[in-house]
Design a protein around this ligand. Structure first.
Ligand code: DC
Length: 220
């Protein structure tokens, strides 16, 4: 397509944390004059609801009921991202260590996934959007084009994440390994590369290189 006409399709960007996914997805959306959806932020907001309710993380029924009662709204403007829980901004709280430690347990609950996937599909339906997550190309929007799976070496991912959150690389590496294990082994839509996804290893690439590559794919 020509770079003049607005991007009307759906880009799926999946992969584990620390691959540069969020930064790349937001910049790509801005370059395409498209919307942007951070599905991880939705799972994180659901997790904040569960933590506020003081629900036992082993109690899947109570987790599902808490998330079902929660009102999660999210911006799709790449230049003005926000997420609210029951009308209150939770942008800081979704990134705390407590939320990060609990998000895999909440996002493994099938009823939570069903609810959030339905909300995601409603937001994606009108097109012109870059969507980042774990299961976008495999479950949420299998017809997305391009459908990209970002990877990077474990070390590169830990170093990037440590830089973002200001923690030491070894503890971040351990946390990433723990979350990857949980996200990849859960029964409901595990983190997995869709068979028809294009794999892009970002270990040696900087953000601008990755955005340029994705722009090419989106404008093919
Ligand atoms: O991308 P992130 O680190 O903000 O995602 C937070 C968590 O949410 C991550 O541990 C896995 C989960 N997640 C998911 O299960 N499915 C998605 N589409 C996005 C995120």
């Amino acid at each position: 397509m020509s770079s003049q006409s607005p991007f009307a399709g759906v880009v799926a960007l999946d992969g584990p944390s620390g691959t540069g996914k969020s930064t790349v997805a937001r910049r790509l959306a801005a370059r395409l004059s498209a919307r942007y959806l951070d599905t991880g932020a939705m799972y994180r907001a659901a997790t904040v609801a569960v933590l506020h309710a003081d629900v036992d993380l082993d109690d899947q029924v109570a987790i599902a009921a808490t998330v079902e009662a929660a009102q999660i709204e999210i911006s799709t403007d790449p230049d003005n991202t926000w997420v609210t829980l029951d009308g209150v901004a939770v942008d800081g709280e979704i990134r705390t260590a407590d939320t990060t430690a609990a998000v895999s347990a909440v996002s493994a609950v099938p009823a939570v996934r069903a609810q959030l996937v339905a909300a995601q599909r409603e937001l994606i339906d009108s097109g012109g959007i870059v969507v980042e997550g774990r299961d976008i190309g495999s479950v949420v929007w299998p017809t997305a084009r391009p459908k990209v799976y970002l990877t990077a070496s474990a070390r590169a991912r830990a170093e990037r994440r440590a830089g973002e959150v200001g923690a030491d690389v070894d503890s971040v590496a351990a946390d990433i390994a723990r979350r990857d294990g949980l996200d990849s082994s859960r029964a409901a839509s595990p983190l997995t590369q869709a068979a028809d996804a294009i794999e892009l290893d970002t270990t040696e690439l900087d953000i601008d290189d990755v955005v340029a590559k994705l722009l090419e794919l989106a404008q093919d």
